[in-house]
Design a protein around this ligand. Structure first.
Ligand code: ATP
Ligand code: MG
Length: 222
């Protein structure tokens, strides 16, 4: 679906409703970035900006063991930072440069990109402010990905709209606040028998398409 994987020097956004697999994909990526190059990794490490307090070391251990990697080492190479509000989140991304160099970072994960912004900027009157701050945040992330040739992966929750019969059945909560500053956007949805479906939307170089996957103890699988 992604033509070989997550691209560096780009922002990839996974969006979908609760439980669609956004966080699980982030866990998988925080581990697989550390794989050798001949196994699809970058032999680099991860920064994980956790805004919803859903980072689970247990899952990292399970996913690492499934790949026969040393879980302690893998966990050590994931720098987890908790963002307490949207300004804090922006600041953390802006101050990440030293860390990126020191720790040889290959991916910055922001899970979730939007949740703190949603709670900090409520109501219609604050929408413009929120948009402006989010844009600044996205530009900051894009800049880091360009300079350090790393991947940026962000998540965004959306609500499904069962009343929608035509067109896009989902709408990001609070409108299209992320706009289209992400290079790759993948819409995740739950499907039959616990399967998940990822749909690539608006890619600059890849055709639209879908891929089916499962979330299992070992991580994300075909
Ligand atoms: P939210 O918007 O609430 O953050 P999300 O898209 O991040 O949701 P995830 O946390 O990625 O959702 O997915 C949660 C789902 O992952 C659970 O519903 C469960 O089906 C599955 N899951 C989590 N841990 C395991 C595991 N150890 N084994 C199998 N499936 C698991
Ligand atoms: Mg999540």
């Amino acid at each position: 679906l992604l033509g070989g994987g997550i691209e560096t020097q780009a922002i990839t956004e996974f969006f979908g409703e609760f439980g669609s697999g956004k966080t699980q994909i982030c866990f998988q990526l925080a581990v697989s970035v550390q794989l050798p190059k001949d196994k699809g990794g970058l032999e680099k490490n991860a920064i994980y900006i956790d805004t919803e307090n859903t980072f689970r070391p247990d899952r990292i251990i399970q996913i690492s063991e499934a790949l026969e990697l040393d879980p302690t080492k893998i966990l050590d190479n994931i720098v987890v930072a908790r963002a307490y509000n949207s300004d804090h989140q922006i600041l953390m991304a802006e101050k990440a440069e030293d860390l990126i160099r020191e720790k040889n970072i290959g991916v910055i994960i922001v899970d979730s990109l939007t949740s703190q912004f949603r709670s900090d900027y409520t109501g219609r009157g604050m929408l413009a402010d929120r948009q402006q701050k989010l844009n600044r945040h996205m530009h900051g992330l894009q800049r880091l990905s360009d300079i350090y040739n790393l991947a940026v992966v962000v998540t965004n929750q959306v609500m499904t709209r069962p009343d929608f019969f035509f067109g896009d059945p989902t709408a990001p909560i609070g409108g299209h606040i992320v706009g289209h500053s992400a290079t790759f956007r993948i819409y995740l949805r739950k499907s039959k028998g616990g399967k998940r479906v990822g749909r690539l939307i608006d890619s600059p170089n890849l055709p639209e398409g879908e891929a089916i996957f499962s979330i299992v103890k070992d991580g994300i699988r075909d």
